[in-house]
Design a protein around this ligand. Structure first.
Ligand SMILES: [Zn+2]
Length: 181
């Protein structure tokens, strides 16, 4: 079940290159969330996040931001309470090393959301962090990704099937993306 729509920032006016049709807020009560368009530079990402309690952005952009933060290139981070990480078609995958990096830098829970080729949310991570709940009728991960399919009830109480260990079939270490920072 979707927990609610998110209000998308209207500024800056630059439209996202990619806009998911629906976003899922990881908490029962809403709070202000920054939705960061793909391809946003690290310092600009922080400007989006200022004054927000949570932030949502594509995984590769968040990795660039986290690496820049670790190198001390960005200044102070906003105080967030959650990070929504878009993975899937057009976004890339989130490896354990990425989760570790996000924890070191942001120190907030990560909620992965896997996006399909036409922009719909395919699966979402809940606050039990035991995989991603599949939202679509077709339970297969998007092309280029693999996951173990789990049908046992989740720690969050939901009984919908989940993907465990969603990752790229062939992990891509995005040196090209890193050079963007
Ligand atoms: Zn769950």
């Amino acid at each position: 079940m979707p927990l609610g729509f998110l209000r998308q920032f209207r500024k800056p006016a630059q439209a996202p290159r990619f806009q998911p049709q629906r976003l899922y807020y990881p908490f029962a009560s809403g709070s202000k969330m920054a939705i960061v368009p793909a391809g946003t530079a690290p310092r600009q990402m922080l400007r989006y996040m200022r004054g927000c309690l949570a932030a949502a952005a594509p995984v590769e952009d968040l990795l660039l931001l986290a690496h820049a933060c670790e190198r001390g290139e960005t200044g102070a981070l906003p105080e967030l309470n959650a990070l929504v990480v878009f993975t899937g078609t057009g976004f890339g995958g989130l490896e354990e090393s990425g989760r570790d990096l996000f924890w070191r830098v942001f120190q907030v829970p990560v909620f992965e959301q896997c996006i399909g080729p036409d922009g719909q949310v395919l699966a979402v991570e809940c606050d039990a962090h035991q995989g991603l709940h599949v939202l679509t009728a077709d339970p297969r991960p998007p092309e280029g990704f693999t996951a173990r399919f789990e049908r046992t009830p989740c720690g969050c109480g939901r009984v919908t099937p989940r993907w465990i260990g969603l990752r790229r079939s062939v992990p891509i270490h995005s040196d090209a993306a890193l050079s963007r920072s």
